[in-house]
Design a protein around this ligand. Sequence first.
Ligand SMILES: Nc1ncnc2c1ncn2[C@@H]1O[C@H](COP(=O)(O)OP(=O)(O)OP(=O)(O)O)[C@@H](O)[C@H]1O
Ligand SMILES: [Mg+2]
Length: 374
Amino acid sequence: MADVVINSFSKKFGSNIVIDRLNLQINNGEFITLLGPSGCGKTTLLRMIAGLESIDGGELFIGGKYYNNLPAQKRHLAMVFQSYALFPHMSVRNNILFGLKIKNVNKAKMQYKLTWVLNLLYLKGLEDRLPREISGGQRQRVALARALVLDPDVLLLDEPLSNLDAALRETAIEELKRIHHQVGKTIIYVTHNQVEALTMSERIALINKGKVEQYDRPKAMYDDPKTLFVAEFIGSPPMNFLEGEIQIQEGFGGVNTSIGFLKLDKDRAAKLEAMSGRKVIAGIRPQNIYFSEHVIRRRHTDTSLDLIVEFVENMGDRSLVIGRTRNSIVMRFMVTRDENITSDQKMPVFIDGRCIHLFDTMSRLNIFNNDGSI
Ligand SMILES: Nc1ncnc2c1ncn2[C@@H]1O[C@H](COP(=O)(O)OP(=O)(O)OP(=O)(O)O)[C@@H](O)[C@H]1O
Ligand SMILES: [Mg+2]
């Protein structure tokens, strides 16, 4: 069993608090990602788990065992570093086998593992080259190979795909998922790329300034962001945000904003009566604003809006339209790529009241979806 339990982790560099009473529980065999902006503490957290960085406060348990004081080499973990740290004077083969040689693994087993991992990560034929004689992407795969052959209980991966080109990256993501499926290891994967996190992991821990903002399944992160930070970070293109005040107008519960009164769906609107007058920030994904002409079914909690098109960004399978309201508020929304849209064109759109997220202006927490447990 290799479940990982982190209780109230803290880490300081000088007076700089980098990890701040952080809690995280990872089930045995689970694949999670640590996601967050540059400098939020992802690498530091991995290094604390690996035993490469001391734990200033809090506790670490792996498989029920207290790990705080266990030296790095005694932890059954393998880490792939952001900088991959290959030995420059050693061949690819020797880099991959280094950890096994230290453990005195017999030759036949080493050869078996080498062949397995070279095939798995498309490194065949490169065994005799030095790290400087292979590409950045290949180096990254050698670093991954070196970790995989160790058969660790927990695999710690610090942005292992950042140097791969888009096509290789997609293949590598599929490979990693397959490896995870096959070997069933607990994997902690660090990235600042939300698409990667959303596609590959079972759960995502979004880190902000050394704390976990939300720890959830990818769908829940996207559909029910618990804080404004999560709403800003997850989803592409980013949400539209509008300051507003909760009001009840003509029997509808909603939020009054600079683009008008936005109705909420019936269930949530019922809860708004008690909150009338509260200052909030409304978040609306571009995917939840619809071009009216093409949608026949409408709900009475949709809000209509006229936008003037400023410009259109082609995103391949869809287009992003940047429009302005009559009072010059910018709103972004998506249309299919077949739409023939030109600048200055007037577009009637509607906002689906079920998809408006509301955050308290002061606390920045989702007013509906926060049990205070994070
Ligand atoms: N050895 C160190 N001494 C002092 N400060 C450090 C040290 N290592 C990291 N930091 C600081 O701690 C903070 C977190 O760093 P960390 O490397 O964990 O971030 P990260 O989330 O991995 O960022 P990135 O996405 O850029 O890799 C940063 O402000 C960084 O400058
Ligand atoms: Mg890092």
